[in-house]
Write a new protein. Structure first.
Length: 34
């Protein structure tokens, strides 16, 4: 059970990093459109 929990935590961290990247990208996309 402990191993499964560790895997879930790693996945959550990856998702958080993706969310941050998604939040940072929109401003760059807006600049390129303008």
């Amino acid at each position: 059970e402990e191993e499964e929990e560790e895997e879930e935590e790693e996945e959550e961290e990856e998702e958080e990093e993706e969310d941050r990247a998604i939040k940072e990208k929109p401003s760059r996309l807006r600049d390129s459109r303008e």
